[in-house]
Design a protein around this ligand. Structure first.
Ligand code: 13P
Length: 253
C-alpha cells in the first residue's frame, strides 16, 4: 500500500520572512492529516532551508532541497553537499527537475551522479522525468522518459533505488496552467512503473511512489490522485499559497 505524498517545490520564490510564514501556515493546516494518511514535504530555496526546517521541527512536514552536488566536500565554489543538507535537517532532494535539465542544462550523467550522491549521503531523492512538448507531439514521450530513467538510475542497486521517489513532470505542463489529463498522466506513470519492474523487480515497481507535477492545483488534485499509478503531487505555483497547498494535501487523503 503506497502512502500519498504531496510535495511543494517553492523554486526561486519567497524571502526570509515569507518562507517561514508559509511553512508555519502549511503546518497549522493539515497537521493531523499529514501525520496519518499523507506524507508532506516542502522544498524552499537553499538560503531559507534552515529557517524553514526550524519552523517545521515540531510538525510532521519534511523539508527538502532543490539541488545537491555530488562531491562530498572541497573546492566546489557555490555547491552544497548531501552532508550539509542532512546537517540542517533536510530529508529529501530534487534531482533531474526539468528546470535544471532545460534551463541550467544538466545532463543525464550529472543527474545520475546527484541521485547516487543523495542516496549514499542518506537523503531521499525525488527523481524527476518528463518530456517536452515537441517530444510528446512527435510521439516520443515513452522513449524520452524511459531514457531519463535508465540513465538517471544507472549503476544503482534495487536497495538503493528503494530510497527514490519518482516524479513525472511533463515539461509542457509546468507553470503553464496546462495540466496533463489524469489519463495522460496515468499512462506515463504506468509506463514508469513498468520500466522500473523491468530494470529491477516487481516488488520495487509496486512499492515505489510516483508523483505527478505540472500545474497541479486544488481543482485537479483529486482527479489526478484517483488514478491507480498516481501516488502524490509535486506542486510548484500552488504550493506558494498555504490555503491552496493545504487543499491539495486534503485532496490527496
Ligand atoms: P507548477 O505546479 O507551477 O506547474 O510547477 C510544477 C513543478 O515544476 C514542480 O516541481
Amino acid at each position: 500500500m503506497r502512502r500519498p505524498f504531496v510535495v511543494g517545490n517553492w523554486k526561486m520564490n519567497t524571502d526570509s520572512h515569507s518562507s517561514v510564514t508559509l511553512a508555519k501556515a502549511v503546518a497549522s493546516g493539515p497537521l493531523e492529516i499529514a501525520g496519518h494518511s499523507v506524507d508532506v514535504a516542502v522544498i524552499p530555496p537553499f538560503v531559507y532551508l534552515q529557517a524553514v526546517a526550524g519552523a517545521l521541527s515540531a510538525s510532521s512536514i519534511a523539508v527538502g532541497a532543490q539541488d545537491i552536488y555530488y562531491e562530498q566536500k572541497g573546492a566546489f565554489t557555490g555547491e552544497i553537499s548531501a552532508s550539509m543538507l542532512k546537517d540542517i535537517g533536510c530529508s529529501y532532494v530534487l534531482c533531474g527537475h526539468s528546470e535544471r535539465r532545460h534551463v541550467i542544462g544538466e545532463s543525464d550523467e550529472l543527474i545520475n551522479k546527484k541521485v547516487t550522491a543523495a542516496i549514499n549521503g542518506g537523503l531521499l531523492p525525488i527523481f524527476c522525468v518528463g518530456e517536452m512538448l515537441e517530444e510528446r507531439e512527435a510521439s516520443r514521450t515513452s522513449e524520452v522518459v524511459r531514457g531519463q530513467i535508465k540513465n538517471g538510475l544507472a549503476g544503482l542497486s534495487v536497495e538503493k533505488v528503494s530510497a527514490v521517489t519518482m516524479a513525472y513532470e511533463p515539461v509542457w505542463a509546468i507553470g503553464t496552467g496546462l495540466t496533463a489529463t489524469p489519463q495522460q498522466a496515468q499512462e506515463v506513470h504506468a509506463l514508469i512503473r513498468k520500466q522500473l519492474g523491468e530494470m529491477y523487480d516487481s516488488k520495487l515497481a509496486e512499492e515505489i511512489c510516483i508523483l505527478y507535477g505540472g500545474s497541479a492545483k486544488p481543482g485537479n488534485a483529486s482527479d489526478l490522485m484517483a488514478e491507480q499509478d498516481i501516488d502524490g503531487l509535486l506542486v510548484g505555483g500552488a504550493s506558494l499559497n498555504a490555503d491552496d497547498f493545504v487543499a491539495i494535501i486534503k485532496a490527496a487523503t
